[in-house]
Ligand binder design. Structure first.
Ligand code: FRU
Length: 685
């Protein structure tokens, strides 16, 4: 017998004998019946029967099998209790289950009891999406056991989700990112889904939130972002990564900073350490250093990771954390080099206290507190997070510049839900002083946690930021296999506008933040034409040709002349009953985006709405620049003085643009349409 043949026989027999011991799965419970049967229940967190999915006031629950599951959100997070299974005999190598909900093992979880002793335990990942988990229970073969699910927690994430408890020799894998990505990359749908943004950045698959670590280095703009490698809703937060040479076309790169040892990688920033102050550099090559929040074990701390290969691989600093004040809501550091004081400055938020703290460091490792700012600005917000601080030029100000502090609130924002506010003032290297009241960053519902790029060369000189194009309140948008996108990158400046006193008289004026889409986006214009519009009235009239906007990716520049009319504007129509309206409304003196009929608005009861930005009418005109993508609209008003950013989820595939005016004195005029190319599939247009 040849060696090969012997080998074959050995392998074949071992595979066969392994198969011989693999048994069918033994179901413990799938919670599909309308009672808990022989389970014993204590407390009030479990209700009288398994839950039919999502419960009242809960974010949508997903990933369970069939109709029912254990969901201890009965009566909200405040309820507590236990559910203990009837005894069973351990008859397979593994015990597998789907699990979601809170992540504090000490207060919410599932455990295996053998002889009354807890021998295995698991908990959720602060996500309403259930994931597979399993225990190797081989050592208990033949023993009698029970499963106990407990909820002793009463605060946020004080609930657990469990489904499909099964004994098995072949436990299902957790979400396998590499496998799922390679499958998706081969699919015909790849970055082509009807609602897939075609020139706004989105991850290929899975959940994304805040932009992180924006930095320019060696000819590349880096975009890191809050990412869940294990699913399409929030959880397992890690840093995803993409790069671009032109802020327009993005290349998706592998995960940069993963969650590890129960510590998630929350939001933060990245700098290039040109002077090697941290000692992480190699030779004369400066390191990229990420400063991010570690979230886990009941607190939030600031950590470092560094890269010596242009961000392709990352090493977590062995001396982490570099900043720990034993606080559960201390997050989102933004660091920059402060030339005048020759040191690094960090702004970071004490989220619950609605305060930001400034720290200084010589080496990115030792930090000392400089000062605090806040609470300030809008009073009714729930928290403050994701601060940014930078100096901006004043347009036409002869070289004058001022400092801007931007901070985001999880709820209480101008259009409802989450949003950002900013303060204009001075920063002397130690302390920030606001010189005027807080203002809203964006008047739509979907622009959150913007942060600006670090290290853009002085020869360029721009301050550019990007925001999460979403709102925490309505974040479970109806897209799959990915969720969320970023806004377009925007160039920032300050403009002095005449203010008004109580009697409507001009006073000394105020500075407003001006945001404009970066100029690089103009390269996506594949076809531009001016649109002839006459003094249009009611009903709205179409101004585009059939088929012109088939790919639903375009930009429109236009001027509204309200005259004496109550309102004037445009509709982006995608079907007979579907349109998004953008107009000027005389009564509040505001530009608005009305998305109440924009398409799928039913996925969340707070989604449908109309969002207004108060604006100036200058010489009888309001100028608009609209950026429309397959599931979003951004309206830049009066050359960036105000912005409304809203997601929309149209189902109609063939948009037309219509214009309307309340009376014949009003006009939609000087209109130019630019059809844009897809950044993923340039041949689309
Ligand atoms: C803001 C935020 C940050 C946090 C991150 C977690 O959207 O809550 O404060 O670092 O998201 O994903």
């Amino acid at each position: 017998m040849s060696v090969l043949r012997i080998l074959f026989v050995v392998i074949f027999t071992s595979v066969c004998s392994a198969q011989a011991v693999v048994g069918d799965d033994l179901l413990i419970d799938d919670f599909e019946s309308d009672s808990y049967g022989e389970w014993s229940i204590t407390g009030d967190a479990f209700g009288a029967q398994p839950a039919p999915g999502t419960l009242a006031n809960q974010m949508p629950v997903s990933g369970f099998r069939g109709q029912g599951l254990i969901n201890t959100f009965v009566g909200g997070d405040a309820t507590t209790g236990t559910a203990t299974s009837p005894p069973f005999t351990i008859g397979r190598r593994h015990l597998a289950f789907l699990i979601g909900g809170g992540a504090r093992q000490d207060s919410v979880g599932i455990e295996l009891l053998v002889d009354g002793k807890s021998v295995r335990a698991a908990t959720g990942a602060e996500s309403e999406e259930l994931q597979w988990s399993s225990w190797d229970v081989g050592e208990f073969a033949g023993r009698r056991a029970r499963v106990r699910i407990y909820d002793r927690a009463t605060g946020g994430w004080g609930h657990l989700l469990v489904d499909h408890l099964v004994q098995t020799d072949d436990p299902p894998k957790r979400f396998d990112l590499e496998y799922q990505l390679s499958k998706y990359r081969q699919s015909a749908d790849y970055l082509r889904e009807p609602l897939r943004p075609q020139y706004h950045f989105s991850p290929e698959i899975n959940w994304m939130n805040d932009p992180n670590g924006l930095v320019f280095h060696d000819g590349e703009y880096h975009l890191f972002y809050q990412y869940n490698p294990a699913g399409n809703s929030w959880g397992h937060m890690s840093w995803g990564h993409a790069v671009s040479a032109d802020l327009t076309h993005w290349e998706h790169l592998p995960l940069a900073i993963p969650e590890a040892d129960g510590i998630m990688a929350f939001s933060g920033c990245c700098v290039v350490d040109h002077h090697n102050s941290s000692g992480f550099g190699r030779g004369d090559q400066p390191a990229m250093v990420a400063i991010y929040t570690g979230h886990g074990h009941g607190k939030q701390v600031q950590n470092l990771a560094y890269s010596n290969d242009n961000g392709r691989t990352w090493t977590k600093y062995a001396g982490n954390p570099v900043l720990d004040i034993d606080n559960p809501d201390f997050r989102d550091p933004k660091v920059f080099w402060h030339e005048a004081t020759d040191r690094w400055v960090m702004v970071v938020s004490l989220a619950k206290e609605k305060v930001v703290v400034f720290y200084a460091s010589k080496d990115l490792k030792d930090w000392s507190e400089l000062s605090r700012f806040g609470p300030a600005g809008v009073a009714q917000k729930s928290n403050w997070e994701c601060p940014d601080l930078f100096e901006l030029p004043v347009e036409g100000g002869g070289g004058k510049s001022l400092w801007v502090l931007e901070v985001d609130m999880g709820s209480g924002s101008v259009a409802g839900g989450s949003g950002g506010e900013y303060f204009v003032g001075h920063f002397d290297g130690t302390r920030f002083t606001a010189t005027q009241d807080a203002k809203w960053v964006d008047f739509g519902r979907d622009f959150y946690a913007p942060v600006s790029w670090s290290d853009i060369p002085q020869s360029d000189g721009r301050r550019i930021w990007i925001g999460w194009f979403n709102n925490w309140q309505t974040c479970l948008v109806p897209t799959s296999p990915w969720r969320s996108c970023m806004s377009v990158p925007r160039t920032l400046s300050l403009r002095k506008t005449p203010g008004r006193d109580d009697l409507g008289r001009d006073d000394s004026g105020e500075y407003v933040l001006v945001q404009r889409p970066v100029k690089e986006l103009q390269r996506l214009r594949v076809h531009s034409r001016s649109i002839q519009t006459h003094a249009a009235t009611w009903p709205p009239v179409a101004v585009t040709k059939p088929g012109e906007l088939t790919d639903r990716v375009f930009e429109l520049e236009t001027t509204l002349k309200p005259g004496t009319a109550r309102s004037v504007g445009l509709r982006i129509r995608t079907g007979d009953d579907e349109f998004t309206e953008v107009g000027y409304d005389r009564e509040p003196g505001a530009v608005y985006v009305d998305r109440r009929k924009s398409g799928n608005v039913a996925f969340h009861q707070a989604f449908a709405g109309r969002h207004e930005a108060p604006v100036r009418v200058l010489d009888g005109e309001v100028s608009l620049r609209l950026l429309v993508d397959r599931s979003s609209i951004e309206v830049f008003i009066n050359d960036g003085e105000a912005v409304i950013s809203d997601r929309i989820f149209p189902s109609g595939q063939k948009p037309t643009i219509e214009v309307f005016a309340g009376d014949e004195s009003a006009q939609v005029t000087a209109t130019t349409l630019h059809v844009l190319s897809s950044i993923w599939h340039p041949s689309v247009n």
